[in-house]
Design a binder for this molecule. Structure first.
Ligand SMILES: Cc1cc2nc3c(=O)[nH]c(=O)nc-3n(C[C@H](O)[C@H](O)[C@H](O)COP(=O)(O)O)c2cc1C
Length: 330
């Protein structure tokens, strides 16, 4: 159970925001397998204000895609306020502010993780967002900019002072990107110093690693990110493992194939056939990770129609060697 402001979620696991990944079809697939709360991909406040068509599309969500948090990125308080006005017309449950994105294009404009180098400015922005948003506000940070400037504890206190209702922390610095050791100690330190809930992120790749995150940091929730790529079952398996140590078996090839088909159908419906199939190509690779189907992956990478992709998924199902190991390793 996890409570953020007045929002109560009956699992401590959330689907992390992932740009280019956490679209509506991806969220729905994860929800069908036990995800109870999801974030949208990062949405630029500026693009929203300029009514960028792709950005507006990112805001759509059916009722079965709730409760849902929207994540915005920006560094200009006036633009952010206008973006929040637009967001108030949508049924999001939480507004998350991104102070974690490490991408050069983002940090070079002072946004995302760039704000970790300007704690005072970040605190002021958080206050503006809390005052202006009509929903509970959370913020996502990293442990710091680099090894020499790990300042998450200070930033976290500033966030709480600004009225933020929950904090997501990726236990890596901006300099680390997505590699290297997750700093469990800094997450634990942040958790100890706050009264608002802390959702930890970093290498939540299996039920056992999620358990480790809880044990080592005392966090209130864990955000699943790369662990869900081609593996929405991580929610079902981790919920069971956290409840009573049950180690569920991995899905068999037929369940994987059926989930792939559902995902593809949702993507084609949401993005249209051409873009939906292109977006599914990388998912074909993720869903079939560890299977002896390299020839199918190569063809999937060039597939252009939904039918072509469906046939590849069906072919995958008929190849005995494509069965992933049915073990119960968590
Ligand atoms: C492809 C990709 C896109 C991401 N996009 C975002 C994003 O838009 N906003 C954000 O706060 N974090 C983003 N992240 C970071 C994740 O939310 C998460 O904090 C990070 O991947 C660490 O968790 P993991 O090691 O379990 O993957 C992204 C990560 C990946 C791999």
């Amino acid at each position: 159970m996890l409570s953020i402001g007045h929002i109560t979620i009956d699992s401590p696991l959330v689907l992390a925001p992932m740009a280019g990944i956490s679209d509506q079809p991806f969220r729905l697939i994860n929800r069908s397998l036990g995800c109870r709360f999801a974030f949208t991909e990062m949405i630029s406040a500026r693009s929203l204000v300029y009514q960028n068509k792709t950005t507006i599309k990112m805001l759509s969500s059916p009722v079965e895609d709730r409760p849902l948090g929207v994540q915005i990125v920006g560094a200009d308080s006036e633009i952010i306020k206008r973006a929040l006005d637009i967001l108030s017309n949508y049924p999001f449950d939480i507004v998350d502010f991104n102070a974690a994105c490490p991408v050069h294009k983002v940090v070079s404009t002072g946004e995302g993780a760039g704000l970790l180098r300007e704690p005072v400015k970040l605190q002021k922005l958080m206050k503006v967002i809390v005052d202006h948003a009509d929903k509970p506000v959370t913020v996502k940070i990293r442990s710091g900019w680099d090894e020499a400037s790990v300042n998450a504890a200070d930033i976290a206190l500033r966030a709480q002072d600004a009225g933020v209702k929950g904090l997501l922390i990726h236990g890596r610095t901006r300099a680390q990107g997505y590699c290297g050791q997750v700093d469990y100690a800094i997450i634990g330190k942040v958790k100890k110093s706050l009264t608002i809930p802390v959702i930890a992120s970093g290498d939540a790749l299996s039920p056992r690693l999620v358990r480790k995150m809880f044990d080592e940091t005392g966090c209130d929730g864990v955000a699943i990110a790369r662990g869900a790529l081609g593996n929405p079952w991580i929610f079902r398996e981790t919920n069971a493992y956290l409840k009573d140590g049950t180690a569920l078996c991995r899905p068999d090839v037929h369940e994987i194939a059926q989930t792939m088909k559902n995902h593809l159908t949702l993507l084609v419906r949401f993005l249209g056939e051409t873009t939906g199939v292109i977006r599914f190509r990388k998912f074909f690779g993720w869903y079939t990770k560890g299977m002896a189907v390299k020839h199918l992956k190569v063809r999937a990478f060039h597939a252009e129609t939904g039918d072509e992709m469906l046939r590849l998924t069906e072919e995958m199902e008929t190849i005995p060697s494509s069965c992933p190991p049915i073990n119960c390793d968590v």
